[in-house]
Design a protein around this ligand. Structure first.
Ligand SMILES: Cc1cc2nc3c(=O)[nH]c(=O)nc-3n(C[C@H](O)[C@H](O)[C@H](O)COP(=O)(O)O)c2cc1C
Length: 243
């Protein structure tokens, strides 16, 4: 089997980097990261990504305030939460320290790539046409169609986020390949709804999925620490083992 060791080296060492140098990252490199992002798949091949690359100091400063509040709230609770069975508490402490470092130095960030996905209103309207319902009944029966209808909104949302997050991972891996530090973050979950969307001027049909701070790393790239692969695999059904 042909193996691209370069890809595997990147995958196994793409740690979250939150300690970033304030030196600017050239614009063409930031564009290259986004270009790698959109090499990823998209649900129904909608290719409905949008990326806001933030370099403007004013915008970064506006993001810094809610960011610090959100991290203050998160860190308070994350430090207090009891250790899970088998959890390495020192590891948690190290992660929290790097999370706090990023929050404390947010104003110095050279750039952040905000990964967004656009709702496709036209496709949503098409999905509501009666002919789609008739076709569903033909394939899945009345009860199946009814149950699918109940979940339809959630399924569409899942597709949107999935499109954004596959692109996000590509951006992270491309950053690692180019020797840049980056980290996937979702600051929106630690702020009142609309906070970052307003700062970034997003229209209502554009959803913010992730913010990726990017810069030259202050820390070292090292192996990502994960459980053994065997511990996360079942065979043929959940819990199934290889005899
Ligand atoms: C859905 C998701 C949300 C995350 N949100 C944040 C975040 O808001 N802030 C942050 O610093 N890291 C965030 N991370 C990064 C994780 O903290 C990180 O992957 C984890 O601690 C493991 O560290 P490693 O990537 O260096 O192996 C997020 C990761 C994922 C997958």
């Amino acid at each position: 089997m042909e193996t691209n060791t370069g890809v595997f080296d990147v995958l196994y060492s793409a740690r979250s980097m939150r300690r970033l140098h304030p030196d600017p990252v050239p614009e063409e490199i930031l564009v290259k990261l986004v270009d790698a992002g959109i090499r990823g798949p998209s649900a129904a091949n909608a290719q409905n990504w949008h990326f806001v690359i933030v370099q403007d100091r004013k915008v970064i400063r506006r993001m810094a305030e809610p960011w610090r509040k959100g991290i203050g709230f998160f860190v308070d609770n994350a430090f207090r939460a009891p250790a899970k069975p088998g959890e390495d508490f020192d590891q948690r402490r190290r992660t929290l320290r790097s999370v706090m470092h990023l929050a404390d130095h947010f104003e110095e960030l050279p750039a952040a790539i905000c990964v967004c996905v656009e709702r496709d209103r036209y496709a949503e309207q098409l999905a509501r046409r009666p002919s789609v319902a008739f076709s569903a009944i033909r394939h899945f029966g009345l009860l199946g169609t009814f149950k699918m209808g109940l979940r339809a909104k959630r399924r569409r949302e899942q597709e949107l986020w999935a499109t954004a997050y596959t692109a996000t991972e590509n951006v992270l891996l491309a950053a690692r390949a180019l020797g840049l530090g980056a980290v996937m973050t979702v600051p929106m979950v630690l702020a009142p709804p609309g906070t970052y969307e307003r700062i970034l001027g997003l229209p209502r049909n554009v959803l913010l999925a992730a913010v990726i701070p990017v810069g030259f790393p202050l820390g070292k790239f090292g192996a990502v620490s994960r459980p053994s692969v065997e511990s996360v695999i079942s065979w043929d059904r959940h819990g199934g083992r290889r005899s």
